[in-house]
Design a protein around this ligand. Sequence first.
Ligand SMILES: NC(=O)c1ccc[n+]([C@@H]2O[C@H](COP(=O)([O-])OP(=O)(O)OC[C@H]3O[C@@H](n4cnc5c(N)ncnc54)[C@H](O)[C@@H]3O)[C@@H](O)[C@H]2O)c1
Length: 450
Amino acid sequence: MELKKLIQNKKARVAVIGLGYVGLPTALELAKTGFQVFGIDIKKERVDSVNRGRSFIFDVSSEELKKAVRAKKLKAFNNHQPLKKSDVVLICVPTPLDKNKVPDLSYIKNTTKEIAKYLHKNQLIVLESSTYPGTTREIILPELQKSGLKVGKDFYLAYSPERIDPGNKDYKFKDIARVAGGITKKCTELTAQFYQSFIEAEIMPLSSPEVAEMTKILENTFRLVNISMINELALLCGKMGIDIWEVITAAKTKPYGFMPFYPSPKIAGHCIPLDPFYLSHKAKEYNFWPRFIELAGEINDQMPHSVVTRTIWALNLQKKSVRGSKILVWGVSYKKDVGDPRESAAIDIIPDLLRKGAKIDYFDPYVKELEILGSRTSTGSPTSVRLKSVKYSPKILKNYDLVLILTDHSDSTSRPEAGFDYDEIAKKSKLVVDTRNAIKSRKYKNVFWL
Ligand SMILES: NC(=O)c1ccc[n+]([C@@H]2O[C@H](COP(=O)([O-])OP(=O)(O)OC[C@H]3O[C@@H](n4cnc5c(N)ncnc54)[C@H](O)[C@@H]3O)[C@@H](O)[C@H]2O)c1
């Protein structure tokens, strides 16, 4: 049957490569729509977990996962063989930066090699991972064309970025509009048709994969630059004795021409602080230095240091030094109500405070254990420290010289089962540094905001 018909009738078999924050919800949504889905991951524990119907992603319900697995609509594999019988292949693998902030495309390259082994006629391949403009055409296409099959005629290739926002309850998977750019017009048409078969929001066809790749980077650069700008203003406001949070609330009253962005101890996660540097790297091929991105990155990289300085300053006001102080770090995930600590502020701030002699515990209802890299050894390799979240009860607050709020997970005022309340934290702690405006009232003299 023609691919278009297979998609229309939900008879297309879909392989999702990479069962992480993007791949797993996508695989589940496809299975719920009626497609036969093969989830593929190199991590055996993730594959086993999916096949047991146990979700490891906060936004994915184990109940729904179990249902899809039991209905035999979703099965996970620890090898790439299901690609042989797949009509559509979605690539959802990581695109990190290496330690020198250079794009690491190894995951995309390895995946492409696997796809090339099983590539066959009438197959649609879509890259969803965030990356620089040119990746689909320059990295994936040549590898696939080694097979002798022709793109746009024998097989189809496109880029359609994922826009998932972990923890966001306002937008369901089906409500998030997408863009799609294929190597040929037919590639774009098939891709748009495929996504429209399980997404209710608009699917916008674009003229090329490069436009789609740049669209994703624009979205994330927009956030990186604006949050960095507000972080810089927050630091200045700190020096001037002006409350940045009150300023933003005031500016928001303007009905047009202003969009609020909020300070944070670091712009973190797997997307916003990384993707713009994919573009920045690529731009140099064109003798172009995108200064906004570099400047935003510089401010962002300085934020954890500024938070540590604020912490030292707050302790100092109470005639305490950081050395020997007991500090409770509140929240280690990169944003509220998610369990993902990748690139988070805590990963930078905790080792810095430890090196300065502080005694650190942390509490995070979503991150039970945290591995952090400590100081470098004489051989240059960093040592790793594993911490466990403490069990929270208001009684423990008196044991700490300072509570440092890095992530503002919802408290019992908006999530009754949370078991904590920011006002109570302000009341019962000796000293608090709040980098997220989790404590709204300004009546507390022992609280310092970023
Ligand atoms: N996390 C987000 O909120 C988000 C949002 C939009 C876009 N993205 C982008 O989506 C991509 C994936 O991000 P993620 O957060 O889902 O990553 P993730 O690390 O959570 O998941 C990726 C998965 O791919 C697997 N993998 C790696 N190489 C593989 C291979 N060769 N074959 C099979 N599996 C392989 C890994 O084991 C991992 O389980 C990235 O490019 C990211 O920038 C992420």
